[in-house]
Design a binder for this molecule. Structure first.
Ligand code: HEC
Ligand code: HEC
Ligand code: HEC
Ligand code: HEC
Ligand code: HEC
Ligand code: HEC
Length: 392
């Protein structure tokens, strides 16, 4: 009995139903629970009081059943608490109407324990989340137990530092699928020259088998990781040297004040870096790679009267990103063929697969909603490579 949605209806369908039994007749414990949940859900207080008053004998076993339901394996915290909250309100009413506090004494410590477990879980989660405070910095800890056994910190993968030297195309999708936890990254693979080992082999970048370099990747939580969270702490000269060594270019002399340009939310402004010719990343490690760029802009006409039209630049995106990172995984390759909604984007779908995780966040509304509604100039509209999209 695992409630997918937190409504009584879904739960009641799991219980044997005996609704035909008049409440004046004796109920089974299950039928009593079903009735109690129905009233709980409908906020039918009068019926609830009558039910509790007339079925005192069933209450201890009903509370026990609800606790057992909460203890089933694989329930989420919310699912557990749903059962426990019902048990607790039943136990509370039992104390009030029947002067018996035994069921309440059983359920309360269990609730306390669950809340404590959840707090511990959140604290651990917050610790990892904190290490991902800079956008695109991913903590890798799939093999956590083995790393801890060897006294190693978890691994940090900093997207931004690699973006300086490599376009997305270099890694996605030939070296890594563009989805977290789906690449089965391990040290064995790395030592065989796959994954991080495609570069971290002692030639292109420091080696993953060099005893002196372990801590450069196994760095999560150490003070030495600070430069990975704050690009302005990295010495321009060392970025320049690393870029040079892989065949990319980094020209700090084109920066203003020797600092990386950032947007309103402190994300690196990569387009500005490109426009100022500060960087020229490598496109592929494969000599036979055929680059493909689509030079047009797609206008998403706003369906809302308070935000402007969205302009999606195929050129900007396809210069960095391979077609097959987006098509068909994220978008059908068809003008107007995708039903894109802001709520879906904020859940990490469509544009939200990158924006908010690796690229600038959707909090920056105006970077996407660029044009006031219908205000694309006559000049722009006439251009052949501006496609007006109609969703179908
Ligand atoms: C040097 C290699 C490399 C480069 C370059 C690179 N990435 Fe990644 N990317 C990774 C790795 C590693 C992961 C994590 C894979 C895993 O956990 O299995 C990843 C994951 C992702 C994800 C998945 C996020 C999620 O929550 O599922 C996205 C999106 C992504 N990258 C976008 C980009 C974009 C956009 C660019 C270019 C601006 C880029 N990456 C450049 C290595 C790279
Ligand atoms: C396409 C090549 C490439 C791939 C793939 C790659 N890296 Fe790198 N990485 C580099 C280069 C080049 C540098 C800069 C090396 C230097 O500064 O000497 C670097 C630097 C780093 C740094 C910064 C170290 C420091 O001391 O500042 C970390 C951390 C890192 N990589 C982790 C990883 C991890 C983890 C993976 C795999 C998930 C990975 N890299 C995959 C090329 C790559
Ligand atoms: C280029 C970055 C990099 C360097 C350098 C590096 N590692 Fe790793 N290591 C990784 C990644 C990525 C993983 C997989 C993390 C995960 O579990 O999600 C990993 C995992 C491990 C694991 C867990 C077991 C396994 O097979 O995945 C051990 C043990 C380990 N590394 C030891 C070392 C030692 C020892 C060194 C130095 C000789 C070292 N690593 C250097 C990136 C690196
Ligand atoms: C960052 C993601 C992304 C990348 C990379 C990308 N596209 Fe698209 N593509 C889109 C979106 C978004 C649409 C619009 C879909 C819609 O209207 O529902 C689209 C639409 C299209 C369409 C129909 C409209 C048109 O332009 O004629 C074609 C064809 C297309 N893409 C081909 C490509 C090719 C070829 C590449 C590689 C050179 C590519 N795309 C790279 C996101 C991307
Ligand atoms: C596969 C990853 C990915 C997806 C999916 C994606 N973007 Fe981007 N987008 C990028 C990257 C990388 C840049 C470069 C700038 C940066 O990272 O800050 C960028 C830049 C932009 C920019 C600034 C450039 C410009 O044209 O002025 C806009 C606006 C934008 N994206 C809108 C969108 C919209 C709208 C969608 C969905 C229809 C979308 N993006 C989907 C990765 C992605
Ligand atoms: C990464 C690009 C991007 C960013 C950033 C972004 N949006 Fe959107 N937004 C879109 C796209 C794409 C659509 C779908 C356009 C369409 O067809 O209506 C959309 C649609 C909308 C809609 C129309 C209704 C709906 O839900 O589809 C509203 C309202 C909206 N956005 C508000 C916002 C607000 C407010 C912000 C800032 C908090 C924001 N957007 C930031 C890309 C973006």
């Amino acid at each position: 009995m695992k409630p997918r949605h937190f409504c009584a209806r879904s739960l009641i369908t799991f219980l044997p139903l005996f609704f035909f039994i008049n409440s004046a007749l004796a109920l089974t414990t299950d039928a009593f629970i079903a009735e109690f949940i129905k009233n709980y859900d409908n906020q039918a207080f009068d019926e609830q009081v009558t039910l509790v008053k007339e079925n005192q004998a069933l209450i201890p076993s009903a509370v026990d059943n609800l606790i057992n339901s909460a203890n089933q394996p694989n329930l989420t915290f919310e699912e557990k608490m749903w059962f426990l909250n019902i048990a607790s309100s039943l136990a509370y009413m039992n104390m009030h109407w029947h002067n018996d506090d035994q069921p309440l004494k059983t359920v309360e410590p269990i609730i306390k324990e669950e809340l404590q477990k959840e707090q511990t879980r959140l604290a651990i989660l917050m610790k990892w989340k904190k290490e991902e405070r800079f956008i695109g910095n991913f903590v890798m800890k799939k093999n956590q137990a083995q790393m801890e056994k060897q006294g190693l910190s978890m691994v940090m993968y900093p997207h931004w530092l690699h973006r300086v030297m490599f376009e997305c195309k270099v890694c996605h999708n030939s070296i890594f699928k563009m989805r977290r936890w789906e690449n089965d990254i391990s040290h064995q693979n790395i030592e065989e020259g796959k994954q991080c080992g495609a570069c971290h082999n002692g030639e292109m970048a420091f080696s993953a088998t060099d005893e002196n370099s372990c801590d450069r990747c196994h760095i999560v939580g150490k003070p030495e990781a600070e430069h990975l969270h704050n690009p302005n702490l990295v010495k321009q000269e060392s970025i320049k040297k690393a870029a040079q060594s892989v065949g990319a270019k980094w020209r700090p002399e084109n920066l203003t004040d020797n600092r990386l340009p950032v947007d309103r939310f402190q994300f690196i402004d990569w387009l500005e870096l490109k426009n100022k010719s500060v960087f020229a990343p490598v496109i592929s490690l494969d000599e036979n790679f055929k680059d493909e760029i689509r030079d047009n802009q797609i206008v998403f006409q706003s369906k809302s009267d308070f935000v402007g039209d969205v302009i999606f630049d195929h050129k900007v995106h396809s210069e960095w990103i391979r077609c097959d990172s987006c098509h068909p995984a994220l978008f059908k390759e068809e003008l107007g063929g995708n039903k894109i909604k802001m709520t879906e984007i904020s859940k990490g779908r469509f544009c939200g697969h990158c924006h908010g995780k690796v690229s600038f966040t959707f909090a920056d509304c105006l970077r996407c909603h660029k044009k006031s509604i219908g205000k694309l100039s006559a000049d722009e509209s006439r251009k052949e490579n501006v496609l007006r999209r109609v969703e179908h």
